[in-house]
Design a protein around this ligand. Sequence first.
Ligand SMILES: Nc1ncnc2c1ncn2[C@@H]1O[C@H](COP(=O)(O)OP(=O)(O)OP(=O)(O)O)[C@@H](O)[C@H]1O
Ligand SMILES: [Mg+2]
Length: 305
Amino acid sequence: MIEVEHLTKRFGATTAVDDLSFTVRPGTVTGFLGPNGAGKSTAMRAIAGLVRPTSGTTRVNGRPIEEHAAPLTEIGTLLGTPAHPGRTARNHLRALAATHGLGRARVEDVLRLTGMEAVANRRVGTYSMGMAQRLGLAAALLGDPHTIMLDEPINGLDPDGIVWVRHFLRGLAAEGRTVFLSSHLMSEMAQTADHLVVIGRGRLIADAPIAELLDGVGETRVVVRTPDADRLAPALAGRGVTVTSVAAGELEVTGIDAAEIAAIARDHDVLLHELTTRTASLEEAYLSLTDAAVDYQAVPAAAAR
Ligand SMILES: Nc1ncnc2c1ncn2[C@@H]1O[C@H](COP(=O)(O)OP(=O)(O)OP(=O)(O)O)[C@@H](O)[C@H]1O
Ligand SMILES: [Mg+2]
């Protein structure tokens, strides 16, 4: 369990995290989502005790991180601090294990768990991005922690690696562990997380199950193609229904479903060529949530010239 209460972190004039509160619960995969610069890494580093909050508190498994005698056994983290490039993975993990009185057998366990056995005696400096990420995961799992917090664990992985990490994290959550991972990509989260904490400019935007976020944001639209649009549009319009003419013979309708539209069309002797329900994608939901909270908005290519 991770609890964040009124966390604020300022770096000089920059407010990286702004009065942020949320709880990450066991047994689920919780995604931490926000545009670049939103404050995800800063919040995670504060939870791990690597950044001193300007104000507010964070707790891991019920206590501030510094009150845990053996933090590695409470929370496993992947926070982009790479292993020494000249060391082998096995030696890196052994050194880490020694700081917590963990035996060499546990090192072999995590090497096996993360599929690292074959490369464990190679120097970390020669690793590909995917191998380095696996090593980071192995280190996070070393203390068999109940809580796992990973900053952008999918970054730089190939499709096989992504699928592997996804299954791996879901497995950890199924064991009842708390799994918290960040990403700036909604599409990635949609397939990995059950619950999302969304932030923008350091502030909380949403904290809800993925399904609920989808319900709350983008409305379901029905696209109607008909040669009788001029007669259908006024027949559909009514309380809570919006009808927009998007092209000749094409309407976009929200507020009633396809079956109701079909029934109204029949009653008015209107011929339908197409009736398509479009549910807002998670990506659209995310964009509409974070629209006002993007620090670095790309200029459209045409305008930049
Ligand atoms: N050590 C630091 N000193 C000064 N400013 C910092 C420091 N660390 C982060 N910031 C600033 O705080 C803000 C939040 O940064 P942070 O790295 O937490 O964002 P993020 O959500 O992890 O972004 P990304 O998706 O790019 O990883 C940014 O404006 C960043 O420039
Ligand atoms: Mg970051």
